[in-house]
Design a protein around this ligand. Structure first.
Ligand SMILES: C[C@@H](C(=O)O)C(=O)SCCNC(=O)CCNC(=O)[C@H](O)C(C)(C)COP(=O)(O)OP(=O)(O)OC[C@H]1O[C@@H](n2cnc3c(N)ncnc32)[C@H](O)[C@@H]1OP(=O)(O)O
Length: 326
């Protein structure tokens, strides 16, 4: 009796410690598996993001974006030629986009949607540079606001893409990151011989936030989209033309203004020769008949993924490194 109770006293702690070891092992295994699963899950959407994405309150987002000043978006419409020019005007920062400029771009797209005499649109940057993406001063202050900013930009750029006007991005100087994304919201891209274009987002620790993945896949197919987006390669005009991203390279040694005139001629002579009602109908038909036009699901997925990386450690490290892409 006494020996068996001794036995029990001796065995009990041993049994417990084995149980403890097994329990700790199991907990570690479960934690490890869960971490692995979460690492493999491409997008973890929080309830906050879901509610934002299902019904983005664009007016409230615009109000918030207006708190980030700098630059402007300028629009001139020529009723005679039917060609409008939209200028991204923030040359001191290589025409990067502030929050306020995002709102202004949306307002200018509203105006173009109503332009009955319109045939064509040229989107360009001020003083010989197209756009170097988001204004990094804005980006650093808006690291909590990626999902909302992306929803706003998706709405504006989808409307820009679907305008009943034949649109051309005039790519002078640098077209980087969000700038490259903007260029894909136009029907054509015309580039200076010295121009450079790069989807540098992965180098900045993020994925596309302004809808370029969705548009690139439909424009050039999966393989090219993958090549541009995964390499962050900066392409010359010749390379971008060979890849099919750029439609026309301008003649060498023209001034910035001469390049604009040459771009107007290219657009006007090739695509704006006929009546504006007819041309608007042609563009509207193409948008309507494009089987990939319902991009809402794809854009939502794109911004879900973007929101995961925006404000994350890789982006913060890239911003701290003050990377230049020239
Ligand atoms: C939002 C996100 C997205 O895709 O969703 C993105 O867009 S990611 C991509 C974000 N973009 C970038 O990371 C571009 C970083 N910048 C550069 O790589 C370079 O500045 C170039 C754009 C190639 C221009 O080089 P370049 O030698 O010609 O001029 P620079 O470097 O002296 O630039 C002239 C002035 O413009 C400013 N600057 C240039 N890009 C800027 C930007 N995105 N935001 C704010 N400031 C910018 C420079 O700091 C400099 O200001 P100071 O004279 O005061 O020094």
């Amino acid at each position: 009796m006494s020996s068996s109770s001794n036995q029990e006293n001796i065995n009990k702690p041993e049994g417990q410690s084995i149980l403890n070891v097994v329990l700790v092992f199991l907990i570690k295994m479960i934690t490890w598996i869960l971490k692995g699963v979460s690492r493999c899950t491409p997008h973890k959407v929080t309830s906050r993001l879901l509610s934002t994405f299902h019904q983005p309150d664009l007016k409230a987002i615009a109000k918030e974006l207006e708190n980030f000043p700098g630059g402007s978006i300028d629009l001139t419409k020529d009723n005679e030629t039917g060609i409008a020019v939209m200028v991204i005007n923030n040359p001191d920062k290589r025409n990067s986009l502030s929050g306020k400029m995002m709102v202004e771009m949306s307002e200018k797209v509203d105006q173009l949607e109503q332009w009955a005499q319109g045939k064509g649109l040229i989107l360009m940057g001020k003083d010989g540079s197209f756009c170097s993406g988001g204004d990094l001063a804005f980006v650093k202050k808006a690291l909590h606001y990626g999902a909302e900013m992306a929803a706003f930009q998706h709405h504006t750029l989808t409307r820009l893409h679907n305008l009943p006007l034949i649109s051309v991005a005039l790519l002078q100087g640098h077209t980087l990151g969000g700038g490259a994304e903007l260029s894909t919201a136009c029907d054509f891209r015309v580039m200076s011989t010295s121009g450079k274009i790069g989807f540098v987002q992965v180098k900045m620790g993020i994925t596309t936030g302004w809808g370029a993945t969705t548009r690139l896949v439909s424009l050039l197919g999966r393989k090219k989209a993958l090549q541009f987006l995964s390499s962050a390669k900066i392409m010359s005009a010749q390379e971008a033309h060979q890849e099919g991203l750029v439609d026309h390279i301008l003649q060498n040694s023209l001034s910035h203004n001469e390049e604009l005139e040459a771009c107007k001629q290219w657009l006007g002579l090739n695509y704006c020769n006929y009546d504006s009602n007819l041309l608007q109908a042609v563009k509207a038909l193409i948008v309507h008949c494009d089987s990939s036009k319902d991009t809402s699901k794809s854009l939502k997925y794109e911004r879900d993924v973007f929101a995961q990386f925006w404000g994350g450690p890789a982006q913060k490290a890239a911003l701290a490194a003050k990377i230049k892409h020239n």
